[in-house]
Design a binder for this molecule. Structure first.
Ligand SMILES: Nc1ccn([C@@H]2O[C@H](COP(=O)(O)OP(=O)(O)OP(=O)(O)O)[C@@H](O)[C@H]2O)c(=O)n1
Ligand SMILES: C[C@](O)(CO)[C@H](O)COP(=O)(O)O
Length: 231
C-alpha cells in the first residue's frame, strides 16, 4: 500500500547490530529468548502485521549468522552494521535504495531491542505522520521528576513539563533522513535528533510506557511479563 497523496511507499529498517553491553548478556541482547522467542522475532512479528509496509530490512553486524541459523523471517537481512546505531541506520538506508526505495518513500526506523512494539502502535505513527511535511516518532511524556547527578548526588532538578522520552519507530522520508544523518554524524542517537539539527520539528506521537527499549538486565523480565499478558 502507498501514501495515496504522494504515491510513497512505507519501508521498515530495523537496526539489529548492537552488542547490548548494558544488558549484561553473553551474546547480543536482541537474540535473547523473551517469552519463548528470540527478542527480535517479537519485533519482526509486529512489523509483519502491518500490511502497508512494503519491505522490512534488518541491519545486522558482519558475521552475525543468527538469521542463517534461524531462517524464520521474510525480512531482508543485511550484514552492514556499523560501529554506532547512526552508522547502522545510514548503511541500511543505502541498502533500501539498492532494493528500489526512493527518496520520497517513508522509512520507519525501529530498534530491534524494542520488542514490545505492536501493529497498532506502528499504524498510529503512520496515520499521524503520513500527511506531515516532516514525519515523527513515537514517544512518551516523562513521568518522573528529573535530576542532574554529580558524584552520586542530585545537584539540580530539571523542569519536567514538555519533556518526552523518544521511542521508535521514527518515520521520515528516505531522502530527508539520509541527508539529516550525513549532517548529524555518529553522535545522533536517534533519527529525530538528526532531523531537528536541520531546523525541522518532528511530530511527537504519544505511545505507552510499554514500548520501552530492553536495555538493562531487569528489562528482560518486564518485557516477558508484558508479552505474556498479551496472550
Ligand atoms: N552499532 C549499533 C548499535 C546499536 N544498534 C541497534 O540499535 C538499537 C538500539 O540500541 P541500544 O539499545 O543502545 O543497543 P546496544 O547498542 O546493543 O546496547 P548497548 O549500548 O548497551 O551496548 C538496538 O536494536 C541495536 O541492536 C545497531 O544496529 N548498531
Ligand atoms: C533511538 C532510541 O531508541 C530512542 O530512545 C535510542 O536513542 C537508541 O538507543 P541508544 O541507547 O541511544 O543507542
Amino acid at each position: 500500500m502507498v501514501d495515496s497523496a504522494t504515491n510513497s511507499r512505507f519501508f521498515a529498517l530495523i537496526p539489529c547490530a548492537g552488542h547490548g553491553t548494558r544488558a549484561g548478556t553473553t551474546g547480543p541482547k536482541q537474540y535473547e529468548r523473551v517469552a519463548g522467542q528470540p527478542m527480535v522475532w517479537h519485533t519482526l512479528s509486529a512489523f509483519a502485521g502491518v500490511k502497508r509496509i512494503a519491505r522490512t530490512l534488518v541491519v545486522v553486524a558482519e558475521g552475525d549468522g543468527f538469521f542463517e541459523r534461524n531462517p524464520s523471517t521474510s525480512a531482508l537481512v543485511v550484514p552492514v552494521g556499523g560501529a554506532t546505531r547512526a552508522q547502522s541506520v545510514a548503511n541500511g538506508l543505502r541498502e533500501l535504495r539498492r532494493v528500489g526505495a526512493v527518496d520520497n518513500d517513508w522509512v520507519l526506523v525501529h530498534d530491534a531491542a524494542r520488542c514490545l512494539i505492536t501493529p497498532d502502535l506502528i499504524n498510529r505513527l503512520i496515520d499521524a505522520c503520513v500527511g506531515d511535511e516532516v514525519g515523527g516518532l513515537l514517544a512518551h511524556p516523562l513521568p518522573d521528576t528529573l535530576k542532574v547527578e554529580r558524584d552520586g548526588r542530585a545537584v539540580e532538578t530539571i523542569e519536567r513539563n514538555g519533556k518526552w522520552l523518544a521511542q521508535t519507530p521514527q518515520m521520515f522520508r528516505l531522502g530527508m533522513l539520509r541527508h539529516a544523518l550525513e549532517g548529524a554524524g555518529d553522535s545522533a542517537t536517534d533519527e529525530a535528533s538528526a532531523i531537528e539539527k536541520m531546523g525541522l520539528k518532528p511530530l511527537l506521537v504519544e505511545a505507552g510506557a510499554h514500548n520501552f527499549k530492553v536495555t538493562y538486565p531487569d528489562d528482560f523480565a518486564m518485557a516477558e511479563a508484558v508479552l505474556k499478558s498479551r496472550r
